[in-house]
Each structure stands twice: as C-alpha cells, then as structure tokens.
Design a protein around this ligand. Structure first.
Ligand SMILES: [Zn+2]
Length: 244
C-alpha cells in the first residue's frame, strides 16, 4: 500500500512539472540475464496485450488516441518466452534443412532475416509488440511490408504511428533505412523505449555470444563465435538509433 502511494505521488510530481511519467528511463533496475533472455516468468499485464506494467499503460493510452482517429491498434504478438522462440527456430531450421535440403549455415542465414536466435528476441522483454489495424479485413499474412505501403490495408495505420507513436514512447525498431543491416524492415514492430533502452544497454553488457554458444537445440551446433558476434552487431544492435 505504501509503495502504491509512493508511485502515485511520483507520477503526480512528474505531471506537475509537465512531463509524462513514461519518458523517464527506468535505469535503476537491474535485469538478470535469464530475464533478458526470456527464461523467467515475468509479470505481464492486459488480456491480449501481455506487456510489462509501464508499457501496457502507455499502449492503452496510445490505443485510445488511435481509436479516436479511426484506427484500432491490435497486438498480433507481444511477450514471447525463450521456449517459444526456440520452437520457432527449430521448426524453421528443420523445414529448411530437411524438407528443402538447404545447408545448415544458409538455413540459419534465412531464419535470421525475420526470426531471432532464441534468447535474443526483443519480444522476450515484455516491451515490444507487433501491431496492426484491427479494423482492416486482410487476406493472408498481416506481417508483410507491402501491406503497409502504397495501396496496402495498413497505410493509414503506418501514417498514424509515424506521427504519434513516439509521443507514447513506442519506436519502430527495424526501420527501412537503406544502410541498416540485420533484420529486414518490419513496419509492425514497435518497442516501448523507456524500458527497452536500459534493457538493451544491460543486455549488450553481458557476454551474449558466449552464452549462446553453450545453448543446445536443433541448429545451435552450427553457431561459431564469429557468426554470433556479427549477429549481435547486425541483428541486435543495428536498429533504430533512437533505441540505442
Ligand atoms: Zn516483432
């Protein structure tokens, strides 16, 4: 009860000086490496939202504003744990290598165009979402870039997010900057910066490559230190600079 009172007071103080509480980076909290790798049960909020408290609250504020402008922000994917990411990686690895006959290293390169190596997904953090406009009826897969451009069904959604999402703390992660390496352009993937910036900072401070080298699942036996280091450089760190 006392803690609750304290939080309410600090939010009120923040509002009093004209700042939204969400813009404060939560830098004082220390995340464990297993938490950053999606290996811990973290507390998540909101049915169909599944984000950490601050990210959840900010998302609801943003959703309300979008709703007033005729857009229904609908989360397709948010928190995903290590085991779930491992299942995705293994399924793709086995499909590419066994069904399609692709060699293991090329299969991994193909996987990491859009999917992460287990333990390195930003979806492990409870701060990141894949989001669309739920009002639009769409045939087939919704997470494809061309549906967010030209005459695509999510063009209005994209325009609204470009103009408004950062006000609520949500930033596009995998931008369409031509020189960016790593994961391809994902106009649907947003991150709640006040939490995810300090999380990434702590994550990159750990010896991630060595940890990943010790993992054991289909495909992981092909990882080398060189591959993992360039993966970290390109896929984890070559993102929207506002999130670094
Ligand atoms: Zn995503």
């Amino acid at each position: 009860m006392q803690r609750r009172t304290f939080i309410n007071k600090s939010s009120a103080a923040a509002l009093a000086i004209g700042l939204a509480p969400s813009i404060f980076l939560q830098e004082d909290y220390e995340y464990s490496i297993s938490e950053l790798m999606g290996k811990e049960d973290i507390e998540l909020f909101g049915k169909g939202i599944n984000l950490r408290k601050e990210a959840h609250d900010a998302f609801l504020e943003m959703k309300k504003a979008a709703y007033n402008d005729g857009i229904d922000l609908k989360i397709v994917s948010s928190f995903r744990d290590y085991e779930r990411q491992k299942a995705i990686f293994e399924r793709k690895f086995l499909t590419y290598t066994e069904d399609d006959g692709i060699n293991p290293l090329d299969a991994i390169d193909k996987i990491i165009e859009y999917s992460t190596i287990p333990g390195t997904s930003r979806h492990h953090w409870g701060t990141d979402i894949d989001v669309i406009d739920g009002y639009r009826k769409v045939e087939g897969d919704v997470l494809v870039p061309h549906k967010y451009e030209n005459e695509g069904p999510f063009v209005d959604f994209k325009k609204w997010m470009d103009e408004n999402s950062e006000t609520y703390g949500f930033y596009l992660v995998y931008t369409d900057e031509p020189k960016r390496r790593g994961f391809k352009y994902e106009p649907w993937h947003y991150s709640y910066a006040p939490l995810s910036i300090p999380m990434l900072e702590q994550f990159r401070g750990k010896n991630i490559a060595s940890l990943l080298l010790r993992e054991d699942y289909y495909g992981a036996e092909n990882f080398t230190m060189g591959f993992l280091k360039s993966y970290i450089q390109n896929n984890i760190l070559d993102i929207n600079r506002d999130l670094l």
